[in-house]
Design a protein around this ligand. Structure first.
Ligand SMILES: NC(=O)c1ccc[n+]([C@@H]2O[C@H](COP(=O)([O-])OP(=O)(O)OC[C@H]3O[C@@H](n4cnc5c(N)ncnc54)[C@H](OP(=O)(O)O)[C@@H]3O)[C@@H](O)[C@H]2O)c1
Length: 256
């Protein structure tokens, strides 16, 4: 049995599933949050076989009840060491054509849920004398992106929120990391309605998670998995608008 626990949202596939596996491998008990019960139960069985406790927690983070359920679970997890706010989805296309309910759901899942769950985790971390929040943002956070208006803005919110919080919590033993991947091979594109050939290149979720956990161990506040040194310099120097244009021409839809 692990000595401390981690809660991962969006653990039923992709990046979240890999975070759950990697955190279990580090000895944490894991709470696995998503809507697809069968996927969570399958993962819980896999992880339990490695000797940690793995608990599926079925919740729709776009709903008030689902978010409240997970929030209560976070607040009552006295041994919580790591919170990973990862659940997410994207709608691609002009905002005027996005269904209003989907637009609201994207703000709920990508912004409201991380804010409320982070807020719920802080008293637990304070009580324990430390902890970590990993916010899975995106490279889309770095520039205003047409056809990704709600998604890009939500990821920008999460990124800035994460940076500000890391500053506020400096020296408290509570780390906050914003992870900003570009394209990653997961179910994300298919669920966004994109053909796989619309994507030129992408990282594997295992690499994203390995780089994120290394960055967390080093006390870094931002991790852009797979980023080349040249791109790091450009990101720091160029205005957001130009960065968004470059992302659009260099990789079609590069940088979710
Ligand atoms: N793939 C990329 O290129 C990429 C790039 C940058 C950032 N990201 C970010 O990485 C995160 C994980 O995405 P992924 O690539 O791993 O995609 P994915 O394979 O589609 O996984 C998304 C996860 O979010 C969960 N989720 C979605 N809506 C939810 C809701 N309403 N309530 C609870 N859980 C919900 C899904 O579970 P259920 O459907 O079972 O609920 C699933 O576990 C997202 O925040 C995404 O924005 C992805």
């Amino acid at each position: 049995m692990g000595a401390s626990s981690a809660l991962v949202t969006g653990a039923s596939s992709g990046i979240g599933r890999e975070f759950a596996r990697a955190l279990a491998a580090r000895g944490h008990d894991v709470v696995l949050v998503a809507r697809r019960r069968d996927r969570l139960e399958e993962l819980a069985t896999e992880l339990a076989a490695t000797g940690v406790r793995a608990e599926p927690l079925v919740a729709d983070l776009a709903s008030d009840e689902g978010l409240a359920l997970v929030e209560r679970r976070v607040a009552s997890a006295r041994d919580l060491a790591v919170l990973v706010n990862n659940a997410g989805f994207a709608d691609i296309g002009p905002f005027a054509e996005q269904h209003a309910d989907r637009a609201e759901a994207s703000v709920r899942v990508l912004v409201l849920a991380p804010v409320r769950l982070t807020r719920a985790a802080l008293p637990v971390f304070r009580e324990r004398g430390g902890g970590a929040v990993i916010q899975v943002s995106s490279r889309a956070a770095f520039g205003a992106r047409r056809d990704l208006a709600t998604y890009g803005a939500a990821k920008a919110y999460l990124h800035r929120f994460s940076l500000a919080l890391a500053d506020e919590l400096e020296g408290t033993g509570i780390d906050v990391l914003s992870v900003c991947p570009g394209n990653v091979w997961t179910e994300f594109f298919e669920r966004a309605g994109l053909e796989p050939d619309a994507i030129r290149s992408a990282l594997e979720p295992e690499q994203v998670v390995a780089e994120a956990l290394t960055a967390l161990d080093r006390g870094e506040r931002v991790c852009v998995p797979g980023e080349r040194a040249r791109d790091r310099v450009l990101r720091r120097l160029l205005p957001d608008r130009l960065l968004a244009k470059l992302a659009a021409v260099s990789g079609r839809l590069a940088g979710f």
